[in-house]
Ligand binder design. Structure first.
Ligand code: SAJ
Length: 477
């Protein structure tokens, strides 16, 4: 293994043309940066012409950005590379044949997280398309987050069966996981260190050749494909664990009657040699496409590995427990809402509730697994009428999601803040109260972005995650 691939790569020459499969939050910025790099001549963006996402093809080819949130630099870059004719989006996968390298940025959700059953159908479909069209000496680089063992296992198998070629001999295969956050996609792709792991040394070096031109301050970190898979899933599982610890602390602070944010900055003040205090922020829940599933990819990796995991099978994994704590937070928001309404002698039945924020993260239109969805479901089940506001997420009548803020809060018995959008940071307590038309509306702050005293002084009944110091305030009549 290796020499034959070396020869195939040498014969192919330097990477000039690239294919990016999956035009989403990772695929679009990656494709644009590849197209903008002098090292590369042309980039194809591959997108299935599906009912849900087919519209992106024409938008991108018109030089427009299908992503609606704040993404510094992305709009201009899309215009630049399409005008320069260095990028084109298509649903015609036969163009893969002309690509020296193909990256895979396809979603890898779980069909059933509890039973560790992933939904790899979109990934396998994409790999099949790539395998059926790729030519000798192509590099395939998986950027999607996958269960450890997938690159060396399922991905290699699907590509070999579809192409009739052998990984590590006729084509290169690597895992170079994305590490981007919505709101700073371009910056993260350029400045975060890039983990690159090939199935062999030649594949690793070919993937380094692909990733390096994108980096400004970020460095390449080489490892094996499986190490790269564990690194990616583990860094998200650790982040989820840190958030769960902050959330549990917030629940304790409410029970004890203190302000978790004062406690948090106290803890964070302990600095010095060898001391790191990465205490994150409690909140209304953890959403998105990453932290909500990558723990299960990591746990599944150990569960399906040929080597036995030396840990009592009945005992829950720490990471899975953390998932449960974070998944509980929307229910806690529900309980705070019920408690707040009770102080106004109201129940949820027939109450009007305004939910502020459907995106899983601030200043973005990314509404994958929003914590507010679980909260809304509980409210609807209790007979409440729920209106949803979000400045970025596409309006959606099925969940009463509107961009008209006043319409959403009009007549609201309670207002629940789920996303820390900038638009909600400067809410005027008196104006909001007048719009509700109630003497003592309830406000539940799930992101600690409003000043409790200003709302309490205006007559609100205030509840906040981790605000044990305020949650039993006396009502200002
Ligand atoms: N959240 C909290 N408290 C915090 C931080 C976040 O409640 O202190 C919530 C957010 O509100 C959000 C969710 O967690 O609902 C996820 O937020 P995030 O900031 O982790 O955003 P992601 O999921 O887009 O980004 C993560 C990042 N992973 C790490 O930092 C280890 C990012 O670097 C990854 O690229 C991304 O997952 C991914 O694509 O895997």
């Amino acid at each position: 293994m290796g020499e034959r691939l070396q020869r195939a790569l040498l014969k192919r020459g330097p990477i000039r043309s690239i294919g990016v499969v999956g035009m989403g939050y990772v695929g679009i910025p990656s494709a644009m940066l590849f197209a903008d790099a002098n090292a590369f001549e042309f980039v194809w963006g591959f997108q299935r012409n599906s009912h849900a996402s087919g519209y992106k093809i024409d938008m991108l080819n018109r030089g427009e950005n299908p992503l609606k949130g704040e993404e510094p630099g992305l709009n201009a870059l899309i215009r630049k590379v399409t005008e320069a004719k260095k990028f084109r989006c298509t649903a015609d996968y036969s163009k893969i044949a002309s690509c020296d390298a193909v990256t895979v940025t396809i979603q890898t959700p779980f069909a059933n997280a509890k039973r560790l059953e992933p939904d790899f159908e979109p990934l396998v479909a994409g790999l099949n398309e790539i395998g059926s069209h790729m030519t000798e000496g192509t590099l395939v680089s998986l950027e999607s987050t996958v269960t450890p063992g997938t690159t060396m296992g399922l991905a290699r198998q699907v590509l070999e069966e579809a192409s009739g070629m052998v990984a590590g001999e006729d084509f290169a295969l690597a895992h170079a996981p994305e590490r981007v956050m919505v709101g700073r996609l371009i910056q993260n792709l350029q400045e975060h260190d890039r983990i690159v792991g090939g199935i062999d040394a030649a594949s690793t070096q070919r993937a380094v050749e692909l990733c390096k031109p994108l980096l400004t301050t970020g460095a390449i970190i080489e490892m094996t494909a499986t190490e790269a898979e564990v690194t990616k899933t583990a860094e998200n599982a650790f982040r989820d664990l840190q958030i769960a610890a902050a959330n549990e602390l917030a629940l304790y602070c409410e029970a004890i009657g203190v302000n978790v944010y004062a406690v948090r900055s106290g803890i964070a003040s302990l600095e010095g040699e060898g001391i790191s205090r990465a205490i994150l922020f409690p909140g209304a829940g953890v959403g998105g496409h990453c932290l909500t599933k990558d723990t299960y990819h990591l746990v599944r990796g150990a569960a399906i590995s040929k080597r036995a995991l030396d840990y009592p099978p009945t005992d829950n994994s720490l990471f899975v427990l953390a998932r449960a704590v974070n998944d509980f937070m929307p229910t806690h928001m529900y309980n705070l809402t019920v408690a707040g309404l009770a102080r106004a002698k109201k129940t949820l039945h027939d109450a009007r509730i305004a939910v502020l924020g459907w995106a899983f993260i601030q200043n973005s239109d990314d509404a994958r697994n929003p914590p507010s969805a679980a909260y809304r479901a509980l409210l609807v089940k209790s007979g409440a009428r729920v209106m949803v506001h979000d400045p970025y997420v596409r309006a959606d009548a099925s969940i009463n999601l509107s961009h008209d803020f006043k319409e959403v809060i009009r007549g609201a018995d309670a207002i629940a803040i789920f996303t820390a959008h900038n638009a909600y940071r400067s809410l005027d307590a008196t104006e909001v109260k007048n719009e509700t038309g109630h003497p003592h509306p309830v406000v539940v702050d799930g992101r600690n972005i409003i000043d409790p005293d200003r709302f309490i002084q205006s007559g609100f009944i205030y509840k906040g995650i981790g605000r044990g110091d305020k949650n039993d305030h006396s009502i200002v009549r």
